[in-house]
Design a protein around this ligand. Structure first.
Ligand SMILES: [Zn+2]
Length: 333
């Protein structure tokens, strides 16, 4: 099983055959595709597609190219979108000083505010960085939410290692399959395998042998094969490890099982306390009716206190059980 950690299935070039593209990916054992947003419209489309297809989840964020459109309203809209059940990350966000389609200070502000949003909602982040490796690293050093994925890595090994030290995942895309991409080959060979994940960045950057064509998630197999060959291991090993890494990044599978158990636990504790508090209340009422002596009054107060403790505990537990469901993000297995 493989996870494509970055694709843009909302792109118009998929309009005519989106369902077939997702089916082809599933046939190649790509069971999860993270469909990533870059402006508000693309985020809404990403969620829409994720809702229609079981194996697709979404990330919501404003790309640095679109940072000049970022306002308070954008942040509010993103916050609401990020709460949708199929949203697993904030992204793609970051800095792009190569194309500079938005002024640097706008990029910086949009990046900071979206990182704060991710931190606030305990969501991982998907980072786009181009010609801004040091600036991005500096910003991330101040980011306390540590689940960070560097999408479509294009830098050298030294820079990649600095990000790995910070706890970031390095995501390799199609270019790692190009014969002349020596710098990327070094990264693929040498970064710790526990920090490696894979993506297609569809519809762009199709890997060898599809280079120049529209990219799609099923081509992830070629990327996994190339990385396996560079590291001298078999393709299955790369699939297993990168999939585990991606799950760890998304926290979804682990979070799922744990949250499900926790949800049942809270629900059980809540209902049990609720039912057991009823006899205590009844006893209090009957004791209060017949009470005469001081000891009886004392006993009645005690019973009443126990009943209230149980009753509030049951209310808290039931509230927690519904809250835990927020973590039931998506089912990988
Ligand atoms: Zn992208």
């Amino acid at each position: 099983m493989l996870i494509d950690t970055h694709a843009h299935l909302q792109w118009p070039s998929f309009d005519s055959d989106r369902t077939e593209v997702i089916a082809r990916a599933a046939m190649k054992n790509i069971m999860v595709i993270v469909n990533v947003g870059y402006d508000l419209a693309a985020c809404r489309q990403a969620i829409g597609i994720a809702e229609q297809h079981e194996g697709v989840v979404a990330a919501v964020g404003i790309h640095p190219h679109n940072a000049n459109t970022f306002t308070d309203g954008t942040l509010r809209a993103l916050r609401n979108l990020a709460k949708e059940s199929k949203v697993v990350a904030v992204g793609e966000i970051g800095l792009d000083f190569y194309r500079n389609l938005s002024p640097n200070d706008h990029q910086m502000e949009a990046f900071d505010r979206q990182l704060a949003l991710a931190e606030d909602l305990s969501l991982p982040v998907v980072i786009h960085q181009r010609d801004a490796a040091q600036e991005t690293l500096k910003v991330l050093q101040g980011f306390s939410g540590k689940r960070t994925l560097m999408h479509c890595w294009s830098g050298g090994l030294d820079t990649a290692s600095s990000y790995v030290k910070l706890g970031c995942m390095i995501s390799l895309a199609g270019p790692v399959t190009f014969p002349n991409a020596r710098r990327l080959h070094e990264v693929a060979k040498n970064i710790p395998i526990s920090s490696l994940v894979l993506e297609t960045d569809s519809p762009w950057l199709a890997p060898q042998p599809y280079r120049g064509r529209r990219n799609e998630p099923s081509f992830l197999v070629s990327i996994a094969d190339a990385v396996a060959e560079l590291r001298g291991v078999d393709a299955q090993a790369i699939s297993d490890v990168t999939t585990e890494n991606a799950k760890r990044f998304d926290q979804a599978t682990h979070g799922n099982k744990w949250a499900e158990k926790r949800s049942f636990h809270f629900c059980f504790v809540g209902l049990w306390n609720l039912t057991t508090s009823v006899p205590f209340f009844c006893r209090y009422i009957s004791t209060a009716k017949t009470t005469r002596a001081t000891t009886r009054q004392y006993a009645a107060t005690l019973v009443r206190a126990r009943a209230w403790v149980r009753f509030s505990f049951s209310a808290i537990s039931l509230w927690c059980s519904s809250f835990s469901r927020v973590y039931l993000v998506f089912n990988v297995e």
